[in-house]
Design a protein around this ligand. Sequence first.
Ligand code: ADP
Ligand code: MG
Length: 317
Amino acid sequence: ATPAATMVGTTIGAQNGVLFKGGDILERAKDVDTVVFDKTGTLTEGEMELTDVVVFDGDGAPAADGGDPATDGGQLEAQHRRSEDDVLALAAAAESGSEHPLAQAIVDGARARGLDIDEPDAFENVPGHGIQATVGGREILVGNRKLLRDAGIDPEPAAETMERLENEGKTAMLVAIDGDLRGVVADADTVKESAKTAVAALHERAVDVMMLTGDNERTARAVAEQVGIDPENVRAEVLPEDKSDAVEAIQDEGRTAMMVGDGVNDAPALAVAHVGTAIGSGTDVAIEAADVTLMRDDPVDVVKAIRISDATLQKIK
Ligand code: ADP
Ligand code: MG
């Protein structure tokens, strides 16, 4: 493109909240045939909320719910609530050392229930899997199946509960206390209103749409379904350090890919993508690594970026 055309395209982009980092990128965007979306914070609001707390007996079987207040005077129900609160309070204390949105939602949820949240004595992040902490001398694990398995704890007794919550698109996390599986907590996120419109508009242009996430397969597929992404195009349980490899693998198939993400985790993937696109409210690291920034945080602007590139280059041909 001529410098003049590039300037026009860049300006039109800026007026629409689409910031191109340079003329090369403005030219390349029109060739994108595959858009790879990060899930959390990109297709979803990224504002998690605690939705479920399920407690298990010592042997890992789900504890009986409630009881019948008519016959037991509400005692069982109160007991059940107490054990829920105990598990939640410990999970929240353990998570209070983490910055992860999943962790914040657990802490906020526990506070909303009026629980006291202790400071952990020790805390360790296990990236892509969860956290490990010591709270009041007790060893707490909160995270996915692999986190527990690696600690020698069988997550199987929670399988049904986990699957039920994940099929609802929630992120379900196992809670182990002193080596025993004791509960499941779940966080839910809201899909951005325009995510579905964005995916439909990309399909309309014959652009393939994929999803890349560290979250588990079942949750990822439930969210994919809500926004119209083919379940076969979901790459789930991708570790933070493997996200860029996943994008490279997609590009090695001969595709011209745009990666869209918001998190620190996404930065390497944004850097290797033919077009890296950051959500404006995302982390600085992601914005720095990207070629395009969407100031309105709206997935529909991905389509706009491609259209502006297309229009700019057609005019000058
Ligand atoms: P995402 O790409 O969705 O941000 P991550 O790679 O950060 O996901 O984490 C992947 C999975 O690891 C999460 O879905 C969750 O099961 C588990 N996990 C990560 N961090 C935490 C945490 N602080 N507490 C509990 N579970 C966590
Ligand atoms: Mg994200």
